[in-house]
Design a protein around this ligand. Sequence first.
Ligand SMILES: [Zn+2]
Length: 132
Amino acid sequence: MDRSANMRAIRSKGTHPELVVRSLVHKLGYRFRLHGKALPGKPDLVFPSRNKVIFVHGCFWHQHLNCKRAHKPKSNVAYWGSKLKRNRERDKRHLRALGRMKFGSLVIWECQTQNIAVLRKQVQKFLGRAVT
Ligand SMILES: [Zn+2]
C-alpha cells in the first residue's frame, strides 16, 4: 500500500468511533441531529434544544495530545507536520466560534470510545438528564 492509500484506510476506519458514540447517545435517550452543516466545524452530533454539540475526533487526523495513535508519519515529515498542525488549528477555531455562539462542545477522541462505561459518564455529564 502506498502512503496515501494507507492514510485513506486510516481515515475511513475513523468513522467507526462516530458510530459507537451515536449508538450510545441514542440508547441513553438523547435526541440529536447529525452533522450540523450550518455550524462551525460541522459537529458530528448536534443537540439543538440544549445548544450543545459533540465532535468525534480521530486521534491521528486531529492530533490527540499525548496519544500514541497520534504519532506522525516518519516520511514526508514537513508535509504531515504542517497538515496536521492546520487540522488542530482549524479545530480550535471551530470550538472558539461555537463558544461565541453559546454552544457547549464536547470532543470525544477515538481512543476514548474503547471504554463505554467511561464514555457514558462523560456524555451524561456533558448533556445532563435525557428527557424521556
Ligand atoms: Zn487518542
